[in-house]
Write a protein of this length. Structure first.
Length: 298
């Protein structure tokens, strides 16, 4: 059998070439800074300071990573960030499910009124100063709860999860379980949550990324350096150029200290980014299924 091939017109060919060129330029613009940061983190401090690093590592060295893992402040910040991310994501997911599932039920009276209140908070908020006073009156200042409670729920994620429940969990399944004597709480734990793995994975990743990159709340609510997350320490190093002498170890030369100070920045960026980069491939496959289910109805 002869297969007919649709030939591209001249305008279509030109359009595709322009797309490839534009996408290639975009890829280079986005990818080059990432490659540079990784290459600089594995280069010597002299190569970084003298500007010899362009694409590949120059005079390969692990001095930056040694300085990162030797510093107690960075290790403490790393541990704090891991705790804030795990505990905060757990609280977020539980709160989101508890808010989204009742409002997905058609037999829940007043669900539209509750949904209106939720959406109202998306449009209007008290602002930074009233929020600070609320956190202060709750005695959360300078505690780990200041990093967990104020961001315990995202209305946007509640809407996404509620839509998923409405379009994925059939009402007939609830009726069948009720005939078998299953109550609402058991139905949620045994049926709804196991069937909602994709959306839970997506929402959990959204929350985890937010907690991992959180520094603004820590800058406002935390005073004790032992509670600082890694991102706040990273901000001080990158933005305010605050690298303490004890971070540089036994380096005595001023030029060597300056070089190691620059090298430490790149190494810390890599160390702070790697955990999420390792987690993302395992969750990425759930994105389309978790977020797009129910968006198109046939």
């Amino acid at each position: 059998m002869n297969k007919s091939v649709i030939r591209e017109s001249g305008s279509d060919r030109a359009f595709n070439i322009a797309n490839y060129i534009l996408l290639s330029i975009t890829l280079i613009v986005v990818l080059y800074p990432l490659i540079y940061v990784v290459s600089a983190s594995f280069s010597s401090s002299y190569a970084v300071l003298s500007g010899k690093v362009w694409l590949w590592p120059v005079d390969p060295s692990l001095d930056g990573y040694k300085a990162v893992f030797k510093n107690k402040n960075i290790l403490t910040g790393f541990q704090n960030t891991i705790f804030y991310t795990l505990a905060g994501t757990l609280i977020n997911v539980i709160m989101t499910i508890m808010a989204a599932y009742p409002m997905s039920r058609g037999d829940f009276r007043g669900r539209n009124a509750f949904m209106l209140l939720f959406v109202f908070t998306m449009m209007f908020s008290g602002g930074l100063i009233p929020t600070y006073f609320v956190v202060k009156d709750l005695h959360l200042i300078d505690t780990v709860w200041a990093m967990l409670i104020p961001t315990a729920l995202s209305v946007w994620n509640v809407i996404i999860m509620r839509t998923y429940f409405q379009t994925t969990i059939p009402h007939e399944l609830l009726e069948a379980s009720q005939l078998d004597g299953c109550n609402d709480f058991r139905f949620l734990l045994r049926i709804v949550i196991p069937l909602s793995g994709p959306i839970i994975a997506v929402i959990a990743l959204f929350y985890a990324v937010g907690h991992w990159n959180q520094y603004f709340n820590a800058m406002i609510y935390l005073k004790d350096p032992h509670l600082y997350p890694l991102q706040l320490i990273l901000r001080d190093i990158l933005v305010q150029n605050e690298v303490k002498i004890d971070m540089l170890g036994d380096v005595k030369s001023a030029a060597a200290r300056q070089g190691l100070r620059e090298l430490l920045k790149y190494s810390l960026i890599v160390v702070s980014s790697v955990p999420l980069l390792l987690i993302y491939p395992f969750v990425q496959k759930f994105f389309v299924k978790g977020v797009m289910i129910g968006s198109i109805k046939g």
